[in-house]
Design a protein around this ligand. Structure first.
Ligand code: ATP
Ligand code: MG
Ligand code: MG
Length: 550
């Protein structure tokens, strides 16, 4: 179990505890409420909450809400729900970076008073120009030498809404020649005349990510602020604020590699495009790599946690094969999903030597290895359904399913032989007339070998269900790799197949998110939205075959 195996973050924390840097461990998960969480966030959640658990500490949930225009309450609600569903508990109340806006503003004034911040009139484009490049030092803004008094006054007037957006900003006064561009007088506050979901119209200025994150960590007593690698270059800045402000604690930032998964995209911005353009049916469309989408698809919390465990935590970026994800859910459902028979593309079979009124009920295990799952009752009647794929009029060699004159076993029941084919005017096979060998229940027939076993459902007792088979949303491994090509051009046009299937009687009782192995077909999950509307829809979670091996 790698959840307790060492990784470099755990080692670092242990060192810090041993050295007395911190007495306990506090981590945080800091989503911006500008979209639904995706599988990459699941990795961060498992890591942060997992560390807190392993060290007997706490993990905070803190919304990093400094971009009011892009954030919404619906995302806050969805994010909370996803974390709870994954099985994690944040310590205490939900926190918001906006809870600290007053303190952050006071600290901004503190920097100004110490001549470590100034109000700048450059607009964003000019600022970029002045900032310089990797090979060329930046130039100071003409406003860099404003007096403390003037800066304090301008900052206050920024706050009260006297200036238009973009007219002014507050910048740290660090070093315009620093090799690390993040230290070239980064922006601390920008003007936004926007209504904020938490603070309403109180603020006309909003702090930048850099000015917010470390100080929020410090306020909350976060000891280890674990983030993705793109923030590595921001760490000197993170530490600069802690060193130059009277913060109550000194958290440590540690970076790890973000999760990339092939055949999908893990960026809220791109996922939002899929939603907004109607490519998918909302954030929780079962094809989405969002936690909510994967939940609807049939993933279990345990399978996602196991996946995060399997991929581990490293400092080097890499792309994980999506088959690992399939493997994680498959092995969970193999052990925990009850079995059922469901015919995907029904083909009618009439048992000619079976009386019209005759019914025989077979009691079979709900799961081959789980007595606790009880038994299912499968009625056999004269007319039944089998899958079209289990019949071939002109079979190749080694086709062990049904063909004219051939025999096959009905799973859990008798062997039947196909005597006649009935076709419609267009020449399609629409019915098979078969005969039952009643001497084959639980035993092989004398003198001949019947290798094939197929699933079936009684016509009279079968339950019509809709089946949705999902495939990858993208047809290439790295849809957003090439900056010159719009990732939407790589969409898989066949990512959804809808079938009118017929399931065994027990499926009528399926509840929201009940999961099944449809024998010989795959794993499926009852769609909760459809059930609310009174219809029975099964989302294919994953096929039966495992394409991934270690
Ligand atoms: P996106 O680009 O999808 O919006 P983000 O990093 O901007 O991602 P946040 O809401 O800020 O999204 O993320 C919350 C936390 O989840 C952050 O600590 C971030 O580092 C982490 N995180 C986001 N994406 C991944 C990923 N692919 N792998 C691991 N951690 C991630
Ligand atoms: Mg972010
Ligand atoms: Mg983002």
């Amino acid at each position: 179990d790698s959840a307790s195996a060492p990784n470099f973050i755990r080692n670092q924390i242990r060192e810090d505890l041993d050295a007395g840097h911190s007495a306990s461990v506090v981590t945080r998960f800091p989503p911006e409420p500008n979209g639904f969480l995706h599988i990459g966030h699941a990795k961060s959640i498992c890591l942060n909450f997992g560390l807190a658990e392993q060290f007997g500490g706490a993990c905070h949930l803190r919304f990093d809400d400094t971009n009011p225009e892009k954030e919404e309450q619906v995302y806050i609600d969805a994010i909370k729900q996803d974390i709870e569903w994954l099985g994690f508990d944040w310590a205490g109340e939900v926190r918001f970076a906006s809870d600290y806006f007053d303190q952050l503003y006071a600290w901004a004034q503190h920097l100004v008073r110490n001549d470590k911040a100034y109000v700048d009139d450059l607009n964003a484009e000019q600022m970029r120009e002045y900032r310089g490049t990797l090979t060329e030092a930046g130039r100071p803004s003409p406003c860099r030498d404003r007096s403390v008094e003037e800066n304090l006054d301008l900052l206050e007037r920024m706050r009260t809404g006297e200036f238009a957006e973009g007219e002014k900003s507050l910048r740290a006064k660090i070093d315009m020649a620093a090799p690390n561009i993040n230290l070239r007088d980064p922006v601390l506050y920008r003007i936004r005349h926007a209504t904020h979901h938490q603070t309403g119209d109180t603020w006309k200025i909003y702090p930048s990510y850099d000015f917010t994150h470390g100080q929020s960590d410090a306020i909350e007593g976060v000891t280890h602020s674990v983030c993705t690698l793109e923030f590595e270059d921001h760490r000197p800045l993170y530490e600069w604020f802690l060193a130059n402000l009277p913060v109550p604690t000194t958290p440590r930032q540690i970076e790890f590699a973000r999760l990339n998964l092939n055949y999908t995209v893990t960026s809220k911005r791109k996922l939002k495009l899929l939603v907004d353009q109607g490519v998918v049916d909302g954030w929780d469309d079962p094809r989405m790599p969002t936690i909510a989408g994967m939940r609807r698809r049939g993933y279990t919390p345990a399978s996602l946690r196991k996946f995060c465990d399997m991929i581990g935590v490293a400092r080097a970026a890499s792309t994980v094969d999506i088959h690992m994800l399939y493997h994680a859910i498959r092995s969970d459902l193999e052990d925990n999903a009850p079995r059922a028979m469901c015919v995907m593309k029904p083909l009618k079979v009439v048992l000619t030597n079976w009386d019209a009124e005759r019914e025989e009920v077979f009691e079979v295990p709900g799961h081959p290895a789980r007595d606790d799952m009880g038994v299912r009752r499968l009625p056999l009647t004269r007319t039944l359904w089998i899958d079209q794929d289990d019949f071939m009029e002109h079979p190749p060699k080694k086709f062990f399913r049904l063909s004219p004159g051939g025999e096959v076993r009905l799973r859990n029941a008798y062997i039947i032989r196909c005597d006649e084919i009935v076709k419609d005017e267009a020449g399609n096979v629409v019915e098979l007339q078969c005969s039952v060998d009643l001497d084959t229940l639980g035993k092989n027939p004398e003198g001949r070998k019947v290798k094939g076993v197929i699933h079936w459902v009684s016509e009279q007792y079968g339950v019509p269900v809709e089946v949705r088979n999902y495939d990858n949303l993208f047809q290439v491994e790295a849809p957003d790799k090439d900056r010159d090509v719009d990732f939407l051009e790589h969409l898989n046009a066949d990512s959804l197949e809808v079938l009118n299937a017929i399931g065994e009687p027990a499926l009528a009782e399926a509840g929201a998110e009940d999961r099944f192995q449809f024998e010989r077909v795959g794993y499926f999950c009852a769609d909760r939205h459809a059930l609310e509307d009174g219809s029975l829809v099964f989302n294919r979670t994953v096929s039966l075959k495992d394409g991934w091996s270690k």
